[in-house]
Design a protein around this ligand. Structure first.
Ligand code: FE
Length: 219
């Protein structure tokens, strides 16, 4: 059997959205979505079983889809595809709109809201059959296909994710450094020497007002 034969089945890329009971939003990138009936209007959606968004949809029974266009920022795909909603609020990193409690990308080609009718669980994936209860066609361009992603988009997506991670690390480092600032409570002098404040000799005095180490506090 040649599984690459399945690559010849065309499908798009979509950002899936769902909301936890308390309102916290989650989401992921999915490629396996298609219309499977006209009456009622039913779509099929397949999610990996380890997807956090999948587990939220099992609870809430509704989800949103934003259809991605060819000119979508690579980071949107990286943001929703390369990290888990378990530990990141992915929607905080993009422009989105909340409609009836579900999130949609502001820049999308079309929006679909669907209510789960049936669920089929396989070893690797869960298939949802869901009725479309609202939809909007924004017609802003061409849909991005999974083949586009594989052919030319993937490298940009990976690069954007690496840039994002580096930026996050830098922010974390800066936050840690700011936490470690020692400030003179008398004159507000901020210690910025190379030697960690804790390792300064006991007779260190504030270079501005002359008080001792015990008058400094961490802020
Ligand atoms: Fe001082």
């Amino acid at each position: 059997m040649d599984e690459s034969a399945l690559f010849k089945l065309t499908h798009g890329l979509y950002v899936l959205g769902a909301a936890e009971k308390g309102g916290r939003l989650c989401g992921s990138v999915v490629d396996a979505v298609m219309q499977v009936a006209n009456k009622p209007l039913v779509i099929a959606l397949s999610c990996h079983n380890n997807s956090y968004t999948k587990s939220v949809i099992e609870q809430s029974g509704v989800f949103s889809l934003s259809v991605l266009c060819k000119n979508v920022a690579p980071f949107v795909v990286a943001n929703f595809g390369f990290q888990s909603s378990r530990n990141v609020n992915k929607w905080d990193n993009v422009d989105y709109e909340l409609k009836d409690g579900l999130p949609y990308l502001k820049q999308n080609l079309a929006e679909i809201r669907a209510k789960v009718l049936q669920r089929i669980v396989y070893d690797s994936n869960t298939l949802f059959l869901a009725e479309v209860i609202d939809s909007r066609n924004t017609d802003c361009g061409e849909p991005l296909t999974y083949n586009n992603y594989r052919d030319y988009f993937k490298n940009d997506v990976i690069k954007s994710f690496n840039d994002y991670k580096q930026q996050k690390e830098k922010e974390k480092e800066m936050a840690e450094n700011t936490e470690k600032k020692w400030v003179c409570t008398v004159c507000e002098y901020v210690y910025d020497g190379d030697v960690p404040f804790e390792e300064l000799p006991d007779d260190y005095v504030c270079p501005v007002c002359g008080v001792g180490k015990d008058m400094f506090e961490q802020r």
